[in-house]
Design a protein. Structure first.
Length: 575
């Protein structure tokens, strides 16, 4: 299976630290709280794991409690029991780390060794809380062993200033655990959680023979070890399959030609989720702080939408496009459900390059010999920065802007540089990001880019607002917004925080619809992000020689990653 990273023999087993072995292998080393069944139409259809069940109140309001019941047979790889102390410790660390579900919780406490009680701090739509807590599209893993990490948590809790807390958290981040040390500490919990060997090109974990879950035990798994390979980029994934060196791989993007080059022994199944791609305008940087300039650029992108889609290195079924920028994921399915009666009144940015030129001239820009100039006479030039996995869309976007007369330099950086420097320090005019949501819960996507990740665009710098932008702000997002369908009309104050909170606590689809329409219109009108302009749905691939896998319509294959979940049901079997 793939694990990412570059040197498996130098990676740490501390899931809260630097240079971690990664979630792909970690999904076998540790165990999820539960696993949601993506194939089911039922809201509460899940497979039990660490939690054999949980109990929600009829209404999730302030002071109400959620009861979590731990399956009592789980043990760490040193033989010690997994208990409420471990789970509560993890939840408390996640409180400090800012996990979203703590927006709705007051406290988590152990009732006994195998029961944890969560006390709600506010009203919330139960599905939003469950998604935040259980990670419908992910895998919220139990990975905090109190007798290993508890002293670091206590250091954070005993700190009296933010600086002291940060120092205490950094001590945990700096704590490196080798594979051999992981065995001695007994920090594994999942079916393949015993370190066996590591080299520059692989990390081998062996089966934990005392593994027992509500679904199976170790004897039901027909293989004894798993190898993690440092395979991460699209090219590495394709090459690994072409060389027949990997049995399961997720999020594999490729062209039709590359797909045809794979050995016949590889079958595929689409993931049940999707990612939306957005272009981010950095509103800190003039002239992108000018809303009409962004409208102009979005008209250029929209005029070249088919080219942007065409040049993506994905098979056609992986990249359906979305024509109108709303911040909502899953394309027409979501628009039809929530925006059907207002979507025609949104800004479609479909005036072409002629409308783009008109908008720029209205703002004092001039054009000479095909090149655009700022109102002060300087050339209008941009930089579009991206990581390697977004190189194709970045090259195309820079090309279409340059051909329109705005010379745009595409700068493709190493992934680590892009994440840790460019994004961290906002060193871009334009960049790419993920937008929308793949789980059908609209709140998650909108809350992400309008509040939690608002710093990507600093959109308050680019629209009329009584609020002043501050870096790292997480509240106070208020803008002046016109009525839906009247982008140049009179404006009224619109509190994004308050509307998001209303969406989080809504108890009916009618209440949700009103909030979603206002938030989607704000996204569309502000145009700090163009998109999602595509819905990317990747595929997972798995090796059928020498393995027998469940059929593609089996619920256990309807997951985000086939490299870890079928294992929890004793699959695949050897031929």
């Amino acid at each position: 299976m793939m694990m990412g990273g570059s040197r498996p023999d130098q990676m740490s087993w501390n899931p809260y630290g630097k240079n971690y072995i990664g979630d792909r292998l970690g999904n076998l080393v540790y165990e999820g709280l539960v696993k949601w069944n993506h194939a089911s139409d039922e809201d509460d259809d899940y497979w039990p794991q660490i939690l054999e069940d949980f109990e929600f109140p009829e209404t999730t309001g302030q002071g109400e409690t959620v009861t979590l019941n731990i399956y009592p047979e789980y043990t760490w790889t040193d033989g010690s029991d997994y208990t409420s102390e471990d789970l509560v410790g993890q939840l408390e660390l996640e409180r400090y780390d800012g996990w979203g579900y703590w927006n709705f919780l007051e406290e988590a406490q152990a009732v006994d060794d195998y029961t944890v009680e969560l006390t709600m701090s506010s009203n919330v739509d139960p599905q939003i809380f469950k998604n935040d807590f259980f990670e419908f599209m992910g895998y919220h893993k139990a990975q905090f062993k109190y007798d290993v990490y508890g002293e670091y948590l206590e250091g954070i809790q005993e700190s009296t200033t933010d600086e002291e807390k940060q120092i205490a958290r950094e001590e945990l981040s700096d704590y490196q655990i080798t594979g051999a040390e992981a065995n001695n500490l007994g920090i594994g919990l999942g079916p393949f959680s015993v370190y066996e060997d590591a080299a520059t090109s692989r990390l081998v974990v062996s089966k934990y023979e005392d593994y027992t879950s509500p679904l199976i035990d170790a004897s039901d798994i027909p293989y004894d070890r798993t190898e993690g390979l440092p395979v991460d980029s699209p090219q590495e994934k394709i090459r690994a399959m072409q060389n027949r060196t990997i049995d399961a791989i997720s999020n594999a993007e490729m062209t039709e030609e590359q797909y045809e080059s794979l050995p016949e022994q590889y079958d595929s199944v689409p993931t049940p989720t999707s990612d939306g791609g957005v272009f981010v305008f950095n509103c800190r940087r003039p002239p992108l702080d000018n809303q009409k300039v962004r409208w102009a650029l979005s008209n250029v992108f929209r005029a070249n939408h088919d080219l942007l889609i065409q040049n993506l290195s994905y098979m056609s079924e992986m990249k359906p496009k979305t024509d109108v920028s709303t911040g909502l994921g899953r394309g027409y399915e979501t628009h039809e459900r929530w925006l059907d009666d207002v979507i025609d009144d949104f800004m479609w940015f479909d005036g072409g390059e002629e409308r783009a030129a008109e908008l720029l001239r209205e703002e004092g820009f001039t054009q000479e010999d095909g090149e655009w100039y700022l109102p002060n006479g300087d050339p209008f030039e941009l930089e579009f920065k991206a990581a390697t996995f977004h190189s194709d869309r970045t090259q195309t976007a820079a090309q279409v802007l340059s051909e329109f007369g705005i010379p745009t330099t595409p700068i493709v950086e190493e992934d680590t540089v892009w994440f840790s420097q460019t994004i961290e320090n906002y060193e871009y005019d334009l960049t790419n990001w993920w937008g929308g949501q793949g789980n059908g819960i609209v709140y998650q996507g909108l809350n992400g880019l309008l509040r939690n990740e608002a710093d990507l665009s600093a959109y308050l710098e680019g629209v009329p607002s009584p609020a002043e932008w501050e870096e790292e702000m997480n509240e106070g997002f208020v803008i002046e917004l016109p009525s839906i369908g009247d982008p140049n009309g009179s404006r009224e104050e619109f509190d994004i925080d308050e509307t998001l909170q209303g969406l989080a606590t809504a108890q009916s689809d009618d209440e949700r619809r009103e909030a979603i329409q206002q938030l989607a219109w704000a996204w569309n009108w502000m145009d700090a992000y163009w998109g999602p302009w595509l819905v990317y749905q990747p595929s997972m691939f798995y090796n059928t020689d020498p393995w027998d896998w469940p059929s593609t319509d089996d619920d256990v294959m309807n997951v985000v990653d086939v490299s870890y979940w079928p294992t929890r049901t004793g699959e695949p079997s050897s031929q």
